[in-house]
Structure formats: structure tokens, C-alpha cells
Design a binder for this molecule. Structure first.
Ligand code: ATP
Ligand code: MG
Ligand code: MG
Ligand code: MG
Length: 482
């Protein structure tokens, strides 16, 4: 089944269960000081759950554009390295606002997966909330009982509060959730496991695809839980992960959501996907990031130096430097992918078609200016190397490397790589120190909480820089001399 059809089938299914089908809300949030980007399908319906507004429809279904690069949901570090976390992805969802509850939510999810999509039942596992004695929360035996009508009991796993109890924030609606995981291992891989239990929700090839949240409590200001007067359902299924399962592949990037982009990257760069791990990561990063950036621009968020615009700029720069470093692309090229993306996704998201030229031009300009900065950085680094050598030193001061990183956005992994090539060393400890001091400064200037709603102040870019740093750490250790 093609991805387009997979999406449509989901919506048609819930339409047949009397859901109103709505379009995705913009991914960029303009009027909420607590959240820059939609990071879950339920964000646009927050007011209904909080009881601030009443929904015209008691059942809704959609495919929502989400971005997870900041705050509580920051997957950036995973993206490109693993094959199922994206920055931008679609979350398929169905909602009940005070209408149906666990029984229907579970029965329909099962019906859709096994009877409509015809996913092999023997590949499915589900999790339920195991309870929490400290809060006097009971195990979700209700969900358990509904599940066991459909699935063998040894495939119903207990999950803890972290994974299986969802809270909107410090206060407000919350409740247990039930996740569906799919074992995507091939028969040979399973056979090779040699008797070991297949029941392992943490296995990298047993991937979570769907989360069903049952809102039944209200977290009060004093921290206590009260039963909600009306119970709600909020579900979210990763569209690209579903496509992976449906298309019988082992990576989201091998689905038709991504393959046209990947083929195009191969053509433009001359680097084939599937040859080396490092190039593959770069190709995945670029295929992923161009979507995040294109959808943001289509939603009206241009790259800039602060707030949401800065987040977008950093995502694009991350893609550019992966191309620069690992695919040897010194000229703008990411903008060229917009044509393919718009062809691929433009029917489901017409904004990609109508804004194509804008998206393309903005990305091209960003690429040009960042590549120029990289060039300048290279010149500066060269002069640092010459100066160090003339003093018979073979190490570059951490402060200087940080200046290069901070002022020119010159990636530290690139500095490390170039130094290594020239037989020089990077003063990593010094760089770390300068970075920590910088982080300290920006942390003092802003504050980030970790609920779903208070995520990132519009002037707060600290989270994001933090992850870049993490990434830099990984690269540095990769390039460390042995
Ligand atoms: P994971 O544990 O894999 O990070 P999650 O528990 O954080 O997922 P939820 O918040 O439950 O995810 O979101 C609902 C669904 O959205 C998930 O079951 C998954 O299919 C999908 N999803 C979540 N994060 C991503 C992502 N970064 N990229 C693609 N799909 C995602
Ligand atoms: Mg996650
Ligand atoms: Mg999870
Ligand atoms: Mg989950």
C-alpha cells in the first residue's frame, strides 16, 4: 500500500466510525507563548481537554504535522542515527471528547491494524499502565481486559508511569495510556534469537507505533487526582512508522515517504545510500530535515536568528553541514529537493505546492549564506593552524575553536576533522569549558520547563544549542586520536 493510501485508509476508517475528519493544524504555533511547534496530534485540541472550549464534534480524526526538536519532546539527537525518529512527522489520530472511551478506542485500533491494514497479529504487542503505588493509581485492568479479547495475554506488557501514564502538565487532564508495538524483525532474525523471549518492547526492532491515551483524571493544583466528569480519548500513531510496517521494510527511510527524496539526494550528490554508515546518516538527516524546514516555511516560519525561526535555521544548518562534511557538497543543493517533496506530499499538504517557490528560494539563500560562513570559518581555522604551527604547537586552543563555532556557526566536528587531517589536536576540554560557560549564560537568561505546554519561550534557544553540543560530543569522540 502506498503511503498516500495508508493515510487515506486511516481517515476513512475513522470516518466510518462517525469521526469528523479535519485538516492538520499548522505545525508552527503563532499564538501560544508556551509552545512553538505542534509536537503531538492533540495539541490543537488542548482547549477541549481543558474544558476552556467545547468541540463542535465529539469525535475527530486527522493527520497532524508534528515537530519534535525542543522541550519535552526533543528527538533531534536520534534523527538520522536511528531509522524511526524524525524531526517532522505526521501523527495520525482519533479523538473522543467525552464520547467513547477505552473499549471502542482499543477495539477500533485493533480492527484497523489487523483487519483493514492486515498487519500480522503475531507481530503485535501492547502495553498497559501497571499502576503506581506512590500515587495510589491502580493497574489499568480495564484496558487489559479489553485487549485480552484480541491478543494473547503474554503479549500484553506492563508499562510504568513514565511510558504509560500521560499528563498534560502539572495540572489538568491525565490518565493511563496503552501503546501498540510492532515487531519488524524478519523471520530469519527471529529464528536467530534462539528461544529468547520475543516480548521486549525495548528491542530496537520492536517499534512503538501507536499510543492510546485515556484521560480519566484531573491533576489538581495540590497534586491530587480527581476523576474527570467526562472521559476523553487521545490517540497518536506515527504515520511513517506505520508505512514502514505496511510496506514490509525495516526503516522509515525505505518507505515511499522517503525513497523519492533519498534517490534525489543520491543523484545530486553522487553518493549512494547504503554504502557507509556515516554517509547513510548524512543522507537520512538531509531527507528528514528538508521536510521539517519546508513544512515550517510553508506554515509561515522563515529561518531567523531567534525563537522558532532560529530552531528552523539550526535544523537546516545541521543538514547543510552533514552534506558539507560527509557528502562533500560545497554548493547549495538541499533546495533542489523541494520539487520532489512537493510532488510527493503536495496532494495531502497543498501548502507545499502553493508555496513551493518561496520554500525553495528561502532554503537556497540559507544554504548560500551558511556555506559562505563555513568558507570564512575555514580561512580562519587555517590561520589559527598556521599561527599554532609557527609557535611549534600542534593544538588549537578550545576558546578559539569555540569562537569559530559560536561566531561562524562552524561545526566543531568539522574543526576536529580538519585538525586531525593536518596532524593537529583540538583542546577539547577548553572547548567544553567555553561551551559550558555559554550554556550557563543562556540558561540564566531563560528557563525551560518540561511539560507538554510550557516548552520553549519564544526567545529561548538554549535547548537546541544543548543538543547540538551533545552531537558535537559524539563527533569529537569519534574523531579522537587513538
Ligand atoms: P518513542 O518512544 O518512539 O520516542 P513516543 O512515546 O515519544 O515515541 P508518543 O508521544 O507516544 O511517542 O507519540 C505517538 C506516536 O507518534 C508514537 O507511537 C510514534 O509512532 C510516533 N512518534 C513519536 N515520536 C516520533 C518521531 N520523532 N518521529 C516519528 N514518529 C514519532
Ligand atoms: Mg519519544
Ligand atoms: Mg514511547
Ligand atoms: Mg508513546
Amino acid at each position: 500500500m502506498k503511503s498516500q493510501q495508508i493515510r487515506q485508509t486511516f481517515l476513512d476508517f475513522y470516518k466510518s466510525k462517525q469521526h469528523e475528519i479535519v485538516a492538520s493544524a499548522p505545525m508552527v504555533i503563532k499564538n501560544d507563548p508556551t509552545l512553538m511547534f505542534v509536537n503531538a496530534g492533540m495539541n490543537p485540541f488542548k482547549e477541549y481537554f481543558l474544558g476552556i472550549n467545547e468541540s463542535k464534534f465529539s469525535r475527530i480524526s486527522d493527520s497532524q504535522k508534528c515537530l519534535r526538536v525542543s522541550g519535552k519532546h526533543n528527538d533531534l539527537e536520534e534523527v538520522g542515527v536511528d531509522t524511526y525518529h524524525h524531526t517532522m512527522f505526521e501523527m495520525l489520530g482519533n479523538w473522543s471528547f467525552g464520547d467513547y472511551f477505552k473499549k471502542e478506542a482499543i477495539a477500533w485500533a485493533w480492527e484497523l491494524l489487523t483487519e483493514v491494514y492486515k498487519i500480522d497479529k503475531d507481530c503485535l504487542y501492547v502495553t498497559i499502565f501497571e499502576g503506581d503505588t506512590s500515587e495510589n493509581l491502580e493497574r489499568d485492568t480495564e484496558a487489559y481486559d479489553y485487549w485480552k479479547e484480541f491478543i494473547a495475554e503474554d503479549r500484553i506488557l506492563n508499562g510504568n508511569k513514565k511510558d504509560n501514564f500521560w499528563e498534560m502538565g502539572d495540572q489538568g487532564p491525565c490518565g493511563p495510556c496503552s501503546e501498540i508495538h510492532v515487531d519488524i524483525r524478519t523471520a530469519e532474525e527471529k529464528a536467530a534469537v534462539d528461544g529468547a523471549s520475543l516480548v521486549n518492547a525495548d528491542h530496537p526492532q520492536v517499534v512503538e507505533i501507536w499510543n492510546l491515551v485515556f484521560m480519566q483524571f484531573n491533576r489538581m493544583a495540590d497534586g491530587s487526582l480527581k476523576n474527570l466528569p467526562a472521559q476523553h480519548v487521545d490517540t497518536g500513531m506515527g504515520f511513517e512508522r506505520l508505512a514502514m510496517v505496511m510496506q514490509g521494510v525495516q526503516s522509515n527511510y525505505d518507505t515511499d515517504v522517503f525513497t523519492p527524496l533519498i534517490r534525489e539526494i543520491e543523484t545530486i550528490t553522487g553518493h549512494a545510500y547504503g554504502k557507509t554508515e556515516q554517509e547513510d546518516i548524512a543522507i537520512r538527516v538531509i531527507a528528514d530535515h528538508v521536510r521539517a524546514v519546508a513544512f515550517s516555511i510553508a506554515d509561515g516560519q522563515l529561518p531567523s536568528n531567534n525563537g522558532a525561526g532560529y530552531v528552523i535555521r539550526r535544523i537546516l544548518r545541521r543538514a547543510i553541514r552533514y552534506g558539507f562534511t560527509y557528502l562533500n557538497k560545497k554548493e547549495p543543493f538541499i533546495y533542489m529537493l523541494v520539487n520532489t517533496l512537493s510532488k510527493q506530499m503536495g496532494d495531502a499538504f497543498p501548502e507545499l505546492k502553493s508555496q513551493k517557490n518561496l520554500i525553495l528560494n528561502v532554503i537556497k539563500e540559507e544554504e548560500q549564506s551558511f556555506l559562505r560562513a563555513l568558507d570564512q570559518g575555514l580561512v580562519l581555522l587555517d590561520s589559527m593552524i598556521t599561527a599554532a604551527k609557527s609557535n611549534s604547537q600542534n593544538i588549537i586552543d578550545g576558546n578559539k575553536a569555540f569562537e569559530l563555532y559560536d561566531t561562524y556557526g562552524f561545526p566543531i566536528d568539522l574543526t576536529a576533522l580538519i585538525l586531525r587531517e593536518k596532524g593537529m589536536e583540538l583542546d577539547e576540554a577548553g572547548f567544553e569549558k567555553a561551551m559550558a560557560a555559554q550554556k550557563q549564560r543562556s540558561r540564566a537568561a531563560s528557563e525551560t520547563t518540561t511539560t507538554d505546554w510550557t516548552e520553549l519561550r519564544s526567545d529561548d534557544t538554549q535547548e537546541f544549542i544543548g543538543y547540538d553540543k551533545l552531537e558535537a560530543d559524539v563527533r569529537i569522540s569519534r574523531y579522537r586520536k587513538v
